[in-house]
Design a protein around this ligand. Structure first.
Ligand code: ZN
Length: 207
């Protein structure tokens, strides 16, 4: 499951003293769509059926995740393991596969390494929303702020999009604050992040 671990962004160097802390959460609304062409229709969007198939041939196992086409419902298979020796597969994980465990299905669907290996793309549109306890008008006050952004799912989100949504500001306003050093980010403003990170809003005088 190491491939599912979130990529942690290192904290900014020389973290400033802050007056307030805020928590933003990228909440999970749903699973990403699996984008691969359907052999039966023109659709390219699939969703997991919730089923995992395990086939044993002697001591060798095949494991597939079943997905169905959004348009025509045709079921197809994503190869998770191909002819692996039963002993190389973690027993608990095998039991989860056999039980169609929703947690293991969720992991498989969100596994970008599996997507890359198997040749499909994930569409994360509509899978998350930003929840914040910070009213954006606080940015007008001369206070410094540390914001911790926590991800419930590894959806790739552009930092700029988080900032515009979180502060209720326009893209030029956000870019201006980043350029002036008011907002201090650990990554570029147009980078995509898919795991927990933190950033600072500093008062203009302390920069
Ligand atoms: Zn189809």
């Amino acid at each position: 499951m190491s491939e599912l671990r979130n990529t942690r962004v290192p904290a900014a160097d020389g973290a400033p003293e802050v007056d307030r802390k805020a928590l933003w959460v990228v909440r999970e609304l749903g699973l990403p769509a699996i984008v691969k062409s359907c052999v039966a229709c023109r659709s390219a969007r699939h969703h997991p059926t919730g089923k995992v198939r395990v086939n044993a041939s002697g001591k060798l196992l095949d494991v597939w995740m079943l997905i169905s086409c959004e348009l025509c419902d045709r079921t197809s298979k994503i190869t998770v393991h191909e002819r692996v020796h039963v002993r190389t597969l973690d027993h608990e994980r095998l039991v989860m596969f056999e039980n169609n465990d929703p947690a293991v299905v969720r992991q498989l669907v969100m596994d970008t390494a599996l997507a890359g290996r198997t040749g499909y793309r994930l569409d994360w549109t509509g899978t998350w929303e930003l929840e914040t306890d910070l009213p954006f008008h606080e940015l007008d006050e001369p206070v410094s702020l540390e914001v911790v952004v926590r991800f419930e799912l590894p959806a790739p989100v552009r930092v700029e999009k988080l900032l515009t949504a979180g502060f209720g500001l326009s893209r030029p306003a956000v870019r201006g604050m980043v350029e002036s050093g008011r907002i201090r980010l650990p990554v570029a403003v147009d980078a995509k992040v898919r795991g927990d990170f933190g950033f600072f809003v500093v008062t203009s005088s302390s920069s």
